[in-house]
Design a protein around this ligand. Structure first.
Ligand code: GDP
Length: 310
């Protein structure tokens, strides 16, 4: 049976990874997740993308936000507010518990891959979810209005409103690919780049030293996070515009064109297929909006079928 590795960020990545996890067995699918959004607050290690993917695959994520836990309470952060603290990154109590346990295990000397494995098993996930690196990579956003700010300030505090001129990945040059991620890619036939934000979620993974060489041996397929000219959620389309590029599916394909064999785009972008084909990439147009679990499974099944034709 063919073996797959999915590369994922947070919400968009989690959606397709969840669909894939319903169709592929744990020995057929491993998921490598961006960790360049990771940060520490009150001494607690928070890995937003890992948590989004884990909660989604475990079936315990907040169905409205797509991040955090369903039916969570906010007692801890409400209390912080009542004693005069005004944190802008708020965690629900269950979500916080998960981050606290991550911090305890990390402080006990385990690396992020080992910690993630333990947390996944405790939340009932059979598939291997792997951080891209065990070393800290930190995204910084160069903005026109506020200068250089940490990713979470851009994303959460300022709600992606500042104009982005550049993205910097501190630590990327020296960070190694996690051993489990190297093994997963070496053992895979197909790599699926999930419909995640290229700059904020996928480039940090692709930018790890040696990653492009590893992927060059494999059949790589990407799914567009841009439908028509808009992002389903988040700043992907806004970032394209701020970079002077018209947001569309082919603009996403162009970003990955050196490593892609195939590209899945939405039917709304069907007029772009010939352009994508002219770059030597096989396009496949379908409905790429995943509105519920059935939509995630449907798109995952189509992506698997498409990939295995190569
Ligand atoms: P983040 O780190 O939480 O922002 O998560 P990602 O980078 O993984 O996902 C953000 C991207 O997911 C956005 O660019 C969205 O357009 C995309 N996205 C979210 N839901 C869907 C969907 O149902 N279909 C597609 N094609 N893209 C989606």
């Amino acid at each position: 049976m063919a073996k797959f590795v999915a590369l994922a960020g947070g919400i968009g990545g989690a959606k397709l990874a969840t669909g894939l996890s319903k169709l592929l067995k744990p020995d057929e699918l491993k998921i490598i997740v961006n960790t360049s959004d990771d940060f520490t607050q009150y001494g607690v290690n928070i890995s937003p993308d890992l948590d989004s993917v884990c909660y989604s695959i475990a079936g315990v994520s907040d169905p409205i936000n797509g991040w955090g836990r369903e039916n969570d309470t906010h007692n801890c952060f409400s209390e912080l507010k009542s004693i005069g603290e005004t944190p802008w990154f708020v965690q629900g109590d269950k979500d916080l518990a998960y981050s606290l346990e991550r911090t305890r295990l990390t402080d006990a000397g385990l690396n992020l891959s080992q910690v993630t494995k333990i947390l996944c098993s405790r939340i009932g996930i059979a598939h291997e979810i792997i951080p891209m690196s065990d070393e800290r990579v930190s995204t910084k956003i160069v903005t026109k209005e506020l200068g250089v700010i940490p990713f979470q300030e851009y994303f959460v505090r300022y709600k992606c409103q500042p104009t982005l001129s550049e993205v910097i990945y501190n630590g990327l040059d020296s960070a190694g690919i996690a051993d489990a991620a190297i093994n997963a890619i070496n053992g895979a036939d197909f790599i699926i780049i999930c419909p995640s934000n290229p700059w904020l979620s996928i480039f940090p993974i692709l930018g790890l030293h040696g990653m492009k060489e590893l992927l060059a041996q494999k059949t790589v397929i990407a799914v567009s996070p841009i439908i028509g000219s808009i992002a389903v959620k988040g700043p992907a389309a806004k970032i394209f515009i701020e970079k002077g590029i018209k947001p569309c599916a082919s603009a996403v394909a162009f970003l990955y064109k050196d490593i892609l064999k195939g590209f899945v785009l939405d039917l709304q972008n069907i007029t772009e297929t010939e352009l994508i084909r002219s770059w030597g990439i096989i396009p496949f147009a379908t409905d790429t909006l995943m509105q519920n679990i059935d939509g995630k499974k449907r798109l995952a099944a189509e992506v698997i079928d498409f990939a295995t034709q190569f």
